[in-house]
Structure formats: structure tokens, C-alpha cells
Design a protein around this ligand. Structure first.
Ligand SMILES: [Zn+2]
Length: 191
């Protein structure tokens, strides 16, 4: 996915599946943790000024990285609170793993390589879907970043990931509380 908005919405959807409800005020820390996990693979952007975009979507965009990150974050959470359920690990892994999967379905302008290193360390190959769902953004040049194409890519990404998020809420009959109003009541469908 080109931007954090899509990864954040997908991560919030996984959180809704995990918790069965979203109370933005009360569960702020847990929601933030899931969004953090969903954005973590893009930590490799830090190296871009030194290595160029060629190193982006490498090791940190693999299932192995998602496994390791979920294990470390879960271990820290368990150390902080014994009440953390074991199934949290699976949802953290899913959140981190969905990031490279979404990037796999994004058109990559690095045509000389393209895609994500999904199966590192078992394979160093970069994989990209021949049928992209999301429009990529050419991030190497300012005039392509600030363009109508970028705006349309953001709208498309928000629409697709927003639909996934709402679908999860609906399927789970999830209750969403913003702290001020109830968006959706459990087992009651939308209001
Ligand atoms: Zn990414």
C-alpha cells in the first residue's frame, strides 16, 4: 500500500476482529499497538537516505519479520501484564504480516525489482502480484508525489481498506465507541 492510511485501517480491522469492539477512548493504547504493528515493516524507510529505495520492502516485508516482531512485542506485553491472552500473538502476527501482503498487491514503480521480499530468508526473490489492487506512488520525484495520480491513489487506498474495516465490524457485529457517540451496536447491525 502506498501510504500509512491503508495499513492503519487494515490494522484497526484486525484489532476489531481480536477484541470484538472498539472503544477509541478506552482502548487507545491497544489500538495504537496494532497500528504500530501494521506500520512497523516500513521502518526500512529509515535507510532510504543511505541506500536509496532499492532497500525498501526487503527483509522487513517478510513473514519471518512479522513472526519475529509479533514474538518480541507479545513477550514485552506479557511481561507488562500477565492478563494478556495467548491469542494476542496470532493477531499481532496477522497485523504485521498483512502489511507486506497489501504491498504485494500494490503496483511498485521500482520496475527493475518491484514487489516485496515475502519469503526471506528462504527466498531472496521479490514478489509482486500481476493484478495490483492498489495504485503505487512514485516516491522518488517531488512532481510525482504531489500529483493528481497520488490523490487518486490515496482515495482508492482509503476506499478499499475502509471497506475491509467496515466489513470486519459488520461481520463481528462489533461495537464502536468514539467516546462521544455509538457508531455501531453489537448484534444490532448499523444504526
Ligand atoms: Zn511497506
Amino acid at each position: 500500500m502506498p501510504l500509512p492510511i491503508g495499513h492503519s485501517l487494515i490494522s484497526a480491522g484486525v484489532y476489531a476482529a481480536y477484541k470484538g469492539s472498539i472503544d477509541i477512548r478506552q482502548d487507545f493504547k491497544e489500538i495504537a499497538l496494532f497500528v504500530f504493528m501494521g506500520l512497523l515493516p516500513d521502518v526500512d524507510f529509515i535507510t532510504v537516505p543511505f541506500t536509496g529505495f532499492g532497500a525498501h520492502r526487503g527483509v522487513t516485508h517478510s513473514f519471518a519479520f512479522a513472526f519475529a516482531a509479533a514474538t518480541i512485542v507479545f513477550a514485552i506485553a506479557r511481561t507488562l501484564s500477565r492478563r494478556v491472552p495467548a491469542r494476542l500473538w496470532g493477531f499481532l502476527f496477522l497485523t504485521a504480516a498483512l502489511h507486506p501482503v497489501c504491498d504485494f498487491f500494490t503496483y511498485d514503480y521500482l520496475v527493475e525489482r518491484g514487489g516485496v521480499e515475502l519469503f526471506y530468508p528462504f527466498s531472496l526473490k521479490y514478489y509482486q502480484s500481476p493484478y495490483p489492487l492498489f495504485s503505487g506512488i512514485e516516491l522518488r520525484y517531488l512532481n510525482t508525489i504531489f500529483s493528481l495520480h497520488t490523490l487518486m491513489a490515496v482515495v482508492r487506498e482509503a476506499f478499499i481498506s475502509g471497506t475491509v474495516f467496515v466489513a470486519v465490524l459488520y461481520l463481528k457485529g462489533a461495537r464502536v465507541k468514539t467516546g462521544y457517540w455509538l457508531v455501531c451496536e453489537k448484534n444490532d447491525g448499523f444504526k
